[in-house]
Ligand binder design. Structure first.
Ligand SMILES: NC(=O)c1ccc[n+]([C@@H]2O[C@H](COP(=O)([O-])OP(=O)(O)OC[C@H]3O[C@@H](n4cnc5c(N)ncnc54)[C@H](OP(=O)(O)O)[C@@H]3O)[C@@H](O)[C@H]2O)c1
Length: 338
């Protein structure tokens, strides 16, 4: 009998996750019931929000239970179908988890057209991270032609799309990334106007890259980067609070109190700043068809580049996830279940 390798949450991390917080097990292959399909996962998605799911704290979504399969989106192919909507071999997207197979109700699956774009892009540029960028810019950032937009974690899954969409809108775009290789990619491949290496002198680099201040700051990291960028926001600036990955491994990172010292928010009043957080699932998925159509147009026209970082084999997922939280990923982190 074929088995189903899975990665479970074995222990809640204390600070940064370590390999021992996960366990690899093999269980029996699930049996699809009437109206369900069995999916063989091909790529699973590793995303920073999964760090939040490992903590038992109040959040917008329930934590993963101890001993349960780690949560994630994945793309896969139908291995057996008990629903007329899908046949063997069809590509689908769903919340399948860090495992190799799952049986799911057909109505919970999103069909993927593998002829339009490589299936793994449904986890990145054409998936949740791309949708996050598209929704947050449209609803909160609202960048206008000529404005200066600064994006942190600029080479990552969300950041690379934010910056390119802002370029398409005619903005001057500055990307913040860790190290010269990522900065070079952000400038030369993604087409950002300037870069800032957050491992160097943030203030000096931001002064040089944004001499007239910043109209939109896309926040992906928090911490020291936020403290350096915030005072440079111009009047009527917008700060899109997408994530604070630099704080996810601290007890206070996602909790509502006990936060580390941050920038002085007082000038937000005088500058009439808009600082707004959002979660992509609030309004994103009903707009997915419009997003996908627009993004495919940009991709086909060569206006949208993307980069993936592919780890191989389910057993590689914990190390790849830990590495992503430390900035070792270069592009959207996925795991190919070869
Ligand atoms: N609100 C929503 O609905 C939503 C949806 C999706 C994602 N997000 C958030 O968006 C952010 C980016 O997610 P992603 O999937 O695109 O991840 P990603 O950027 O592909 O990967 C994470 C990157 O964060 C950077 N980073 C990690 N620790 C850092 C630190 N201490 N200081 C500065 N940078 C650090 C690293 O890049 P460098 O090497 O360049 O530093 C790392 O490669 C995360 O905060 C995530 O939680 C929010």
């Amino acid at each position: 009998m074929t088995m189903n390798p899975q990665i479970l949450l074995a222990r809640r991390p204390k600070g940064a996750p370590v390999p021992g917080d996960f366990s690899l097990v093999e269980t029996a292959l699930p049996e699809p019931r009437e109206g369900e399909v069995l999916v063989r996962h091909r790529f699973i998605s590793l995303d920073p929000y999964q760090r939040g799911r490992m903590d038992d704290v109040k959040s917008y979504s329930a934590p993963v239970a101890l001993g349960a399969v780690m949560e994630c989106q994945a793309v896969g192919q139908v291995a057996a179908s008990r629903d007329g909507r899908f046949k063997e071999g069809d590509w689908v997207l769903g919340g399948f988890g860090w495992q190799t197979y799952s049986a799911r109700p057909a109505k919970a699956l999103i069909p993927i057209d593998a002829n339009e774009a490589p299936p793994s892009t449904a986890l990145g540029v054409l998936g949740m991270p791309g949708l996050t960028a598209w929704v947050g810019l449209a609803d909160i950032g609202e960048p206008k032609a000529g404005e200066t937009v600064v994006v942190s974690a600029a080479s990552g899954a969300v950041g690379q799309v934010v910056g390119q969409l802002a370029k398409i809108r005619g903005c001057r775009v500055v990307g913040i990334a860790g190290g010269p290789r990522k900065c070079e990619f952000v400038r030369d491949t993604l087409g950002f106007d300037a870069t800032v290496d957050h491992r160097g002198d943030l203030d000096a680099q931001l002064d040089a890259a944004c001499p007239d201040g910043i109209d939109v700051y896309w926040e992906n990291v928090g911490g020291a980067v936020q403290a350096a960028v915030f005072p440079r926001l111009r009047e009527f600036g917008r700060m899109v609070m997408c994530g604070v990955i630099a704080q996810y491994n601290t007890a206070s990172g996602l909790a509502a109190h006990g936060a580390p010292p941050g920038p002085n928010l007082g000038p937000a009043v005088r500058k009439r700043l808009r600082i707004q957080g959002f979660i992509v699932s609030d309004t994103g998925w009903p707009r997915y068809p419009q997003f996908r159509a627009e993004m495919l147009g940009h991709m086909k026209a060569g206006r949208m580049q993307w980069r993936e970082d592919v780890a191989h084999g389910l057993a590689a997922a914990p190390a790849a996830f830990i590495g992503m939280l430390e900035g070792r990923n270069f592009g959207k982190q996925v795991v190919a279940l070869d």
